[in-house]
Write a protein that binds this ligand. Structure first.
Ligand code: ASP
Ligand code: MG
Length: 412
């Protein structure tokens, strides 16, 4: 029988009633003839509570015990979901990560899935079990300890199961009804997309559209797992939600698929850096050693052997970046006059695979911003994305103006 993976996020399993509602959705797919693998998150708020308990007990906690505690929320929902399905006469059984086993690396709290053997669950399907309810977000290390995959990791569990079992699709049930052209809270004309390509979703996910964990989209793209994002709060048809799929499955679409934003960006500029080979390597090694996630990088034209180097990073990493660069200067490995931080910027980006074959998107974007008298501070581009840093106070205005100008409220 074909396999379907259905993942329910924290808000979709937040109460016993909601678990019942989710179980009914599972029942519908079982009735269609699917063997279903259900991946569950912890009830919403649970993981935060568990993380809080760990921090309170032991601020410098042992990461193995953090995982032992924090993974437990999913165990509860897995068991409850299996019981709910049994009450509906659907043959179901719960599985914790180690029972499958979901084999991961041993980087506790940020483990990566290495392998998911399918024999155990497949064997049970052959014996008549119709639903395997698997606790998301967790696995087992080579040493036999429980691991977790990082916050939001159940999405990645779901995609990994879909890939391992060759599932027809991986349905991600959440509290929004799909992927939108932009954040509906900022732009009332935001439109739900019927389909979006993996690469576009990846850009949107990493640019701050929080529907799916970025890692799960990477994995889906690599294994060509068709993902459907849909709401567990509405009656669903087969066409509901947004399908994240290969671009071959998308006939025609707008050149720009969506506008993304990310509020907490900082722009850092090193003034008057000696311009010689190795200088970028020195700066960005110091930053990466300090775990600063650098995003945009611009090096200016140099004058008399000195140049300015600008980069962006999340606002809460500014202090770390500052410290790392000051230390490099004090050690004599880096020579610059001043580090200027602008913590009042945001990033706005337009994304679309159509940009590969259409020109003029950048020109249009810059024109739109200039018509609104918004000054652009830094620009970066990739094949399918153009991003700008602008003053944070203009974020909403920029998103709305771009959404209008690229007519994203209309289907392509
Ligand atoms: N419960 C975990 C978290 O909140 C994993 C997940 O829900 O995806 O991060
Ligand atoms: Mg989530």
């Amino acid at each position: 029988m074909p396999v379907l993976v259905m993942k329910f996020g924290g808000t979709s399993v937040a109460t016993l009633d909601r678990i019942k509602r989710a179980a009914k959705r599972v029942g519908v797919e079982v009735a269609k003839g699917y063997d279903v693998i259900v991946i569950v998150s912890a009830m919403s708020g649970k993981t935060n509570e568990l993380v809080g308990w760990v921090n309170e007990t032991s601020p410098m906690y042992d990461a193995r015990e953090y995982d032992a505690v924090v993974s437990s929320g999913e165990n509860v929902t897995a068991g409850l979901m299996a019981l709910t399905l049994q009450e509906m006469d659907v043959p179901a059984r719960s599985w914790q990560g180690w029972q499958v086993p979901v084999k991961t690396t041993s980087s506790h709290s940020a483990a990566r899935i290495e392998e998911i053997p399918t024999e155990n669950i497949m064997g049970r399907f052959e014996q008549g079990m119709r639903v395997a309810v698997v606790a998301g977000f967790q696995g087992v290390s080579p040493e036999g300890r429980i691991t977790t995959l990082g916050r939001g990791g159940s999405d990645t569990t779901a995609v990994a199961f879909a890939a391992a079992f060759g599932a027809e699709r991986c349905d991600i049930y959440t509290d929004v009804d799909g992927v939108y052209t932009t954040d509906p809270r900022i732009c009332e004309k935001a439109r739900k997309l019927d389909r979006i390509a993996f690469e576009e979703m990846l850009e949107l996910a990493s640019l701050g559209a929080k529907v799916l964990q970025t890692r799960s989209v990477e994995l889906a793209m690599r294994y060509k797992v068709r993902l459907r994002v849909l709401s567990s709060f509405e009656e669903q048809s087969d066409e509901a939600g947004t399908l994240v799929c290969d671009e071959d499955e998308i006939m025609e679409s707008n050149v720009v698929a969506g506008v993304a934003h990310s509020r907490d960006e900082a722009k850092m500029t090193l003034l008057s850096v000696a311009d010689r080979p190795g200088i970028a390597a020195t700066i960005f090694t110091a930053l990466s050693d300090a775990n600063v996630n650098v995003d945009m990088i611009v090096q200016n034209i140099s004058e008399e052997g000195r140049t300015d180097m600008t980069f962006s990073c999340p606002t809460d990493q500014v202090a770390r970046a500052d410290k790392a660069l000051a230390a490099a200067k004090a050690d004599g490995v880096l020579n610059f006059s001043e580090l200027v931080a602008d913590t009042n910027v945001c990033k706005v980006s337009v994304v679309g695979i159509g940009m590969r074959s259409h020109t003029g998107v950048a020109a249009k974007m810059f024109r739109v911003l200039s018509d609104e008298a918004i000054n652009i501070k830094v620009i970066t581009t990739s094949e399918i994305k153009i991003s700008v840093l602008i003053d944070r106070k203009y974020m909403e205005l920029a998103v709305q103006a771009l959404h209008d100008a690229f007519e994203l409220d209309k289907a392509g």
